[in-house]
Design a protein around this ligand. Structure first.
Ligand code: URA
Length: 249
């Protein structure tokens, strides 16, 4: 679909500055559209087809944006919040302006892989349990874990706590380290209920002291991204999320 909009809006969306700053760019004769110097910041352009340059730099508009973020602890997974910092505050204004939203939710104290996208269908695919997109977490808990826990996770836990009741779908628990004080495990769940992983461990008498999401479906967190860092996803990574669930427990 042709994306017609004002030139100053497009320039601002693409991160060239505020509306005032981009109008100054146009006034200074630094913006060219389809080979001609733009004289009117309000001129209509086709965001996808017009060839827009600032000085000699070509600008590229993509109708859909997908971001991979290593969500840091202490930041809310929400589009916006009056008081607290959200994951969207870590991105330039282009992303909220293009309708990007977090696909799913990590708790404030959870870190790791978060996809932020303007593609509602892709977000739905990630979130909806109907699509069987498994999520893999690294969890540290406050005591020993044992084979009994692995079996209980695999069978499907009955959760009943202050937040309500549900039957958790079978999940794969892989114990990585055990000590009387603290254990580390990888857990793969097929759904994303409120505090899902913490509540599953709590039902086994263990409190999660650290939680990081490593994987969504076949997509892994880029290990080069430090907490708080993000980048646009590659086409290959997007395709990994679009494909059907590759493996079952
Ligand atoms: N499960 C949790 O308990 N918290 C998260 O942030 C994600 C999964």
């Amino acid at each position: 679909m042709a994306q017609r909009m004002r030139l100053d809006k497009l320039l601002a969306m693409l991160g060239e500055g505020t509306r005032t700053q981009v109008r100054d760019l146009v006034r200074a004769g630094r913006v060219r559209v389809d080979g001609a110097v733009a004289r009117d910041a309000g001129m209509q352009v086709n965001a996808e087809e017009s060839q827009v340059f600032v000085d000699s730099r070509a600008l590229h508009y993509k109708p859909v944006r997908h971001v991979m973020m290593n969500k840091p602890q202490g930041v809310l997974t929400a589009a916006r919040d009056k008081r607290q910092k959200t994951v969207m505050d870590l991105l330039p204004p282009l992303y909220p302006a293009m309708g990007c939203m977090p696909a799913g939710r990590l708790d404030k104290d959870t870190e790791g892989l978060l996809v932020i996208t303007s593609d509602g269908q892709l977000a739905h695919r990630i979130i909806s349990p109907r699509h069987d997109v498994g999520k893999v977490y690294l969890a540290r808990v406050d005591g020993p874990l044992a084979e009994e826990d692995v079996r209980a996770f695999a069978k499907g836990l009955s959760i009943s706590d202050a937040d309500g009741e549900f039957e958790a779908r079978p999940a794969r628990l892989e114990i990585l380290n055990v000590s009387p004080q603290e254990s580390e495990a990888r857990v793969r769940v097929m759904e994303g209920k409120y505090h899902q992983v913490k509540r599953m461990f709590a039902s086994r008498g263990r409190q999660v002291v650290y939680l990081k999401r490593l994987q969504i479906g076949a997509l892994s967190l880029d290990p080069a991204l430090l907490p708080g860092q993000w980048r646009e996803m590659t086409d290959e990574e997007i395709a990994l999320l679009e494909q059907d669930a590759p493996q079952q427990d």
